[in-house]
Ligand binder design. Structure first.
Ligand code: SAH
Length: 181
């Protein structure tokens, strides 16, 4: 059966990751994706970012592991924390389910972060972005990301949009960026 959006995105990551890779969760939130990455690269390292101390603290409590660094800072500052090549990263955008809906990712810092992470990516590396556009700032973020990524040269990256076209208009969809060289 065809996968739902986030599981499909995780498969795009799983396909290319080896045990010793460096990975990034750009939106830690409840920490589920961080835990997934931590299991994929037991001999590597995961950097997990969130601006909310509460999110970081509860994820750290639930999923403490030697190969995870939780970073209480915005993903737009990624290059302050990482200088080694990164194999893959996840952006699960929007706001934390059950949390403060006013703390949501916003297009300008998201685009800065995607650029910064892409610069750290090894050739063949991938970034997945799950876009939630049911809320107003999500729509702005969706449009800005699509406009920005559509303009990336084909010899730099492949950018895939993975979306069910017979679901609700506001259903989340996935972007996959693969670095070519
Ligand atoms: N919408 C997803 C979950 C998204 S969680 C779902 O439904 O499953 C998004 C997380 O991104 C939140 O925990 C929020 O605090 C965090 N966030 C917002 N802005 C950020 C930024 N600039 N850098 C890092 N994390 C950020």
């Amino acid at each position: 059966m065809l996968q739902r959006i986030l599981p499909a995105g995780k498969d795009f990551i799983k396909e290319i990751v080896s045990a010793e890779d460096i990975l990034v969760d750009a939106t830690c939130g409840n920490g589920h994706d961080t835990a997934f990455l931590s299991r994929l690269a037991p001999d590597g390292h995961i950097y997990s970012f969130d601006v909310q101390a509460e999110a970081i603290d509860s994820a750290r409590e639930k999923y403490q592991a030697d190969n995870i660094s939780f970073v209480h800072d915005g993903h737009e500052n990624i290059s302050k924390y990482i200088s080694t090549p990164v194999k893959a990263g996840i952006f699960n955008l929007g706001y934390l389910p059950g949390g403060d809906k006013s703390i949501t990712t916003v297009y300008d810092t998201t685009i800065t972060a995607v650029d910064a992470l892409f610069n750290l990516l090894t050739p063949g590396g991938r970034i997945i972005i799950v876009i939630y556009h049911g809320h107003d700032s999500g729509k702005i973020e969706r449009d800005a990301l699509l406009e920005n990524l559509s303009a990336w040269p084909q010899d730099k990256a492949q950018v895939l949009k993975y979306q069910y076209i017979n679901q609700k208009n506001s259903a989340p969809f996935l972007l996959v960026i693969e670095k070519l060289k």
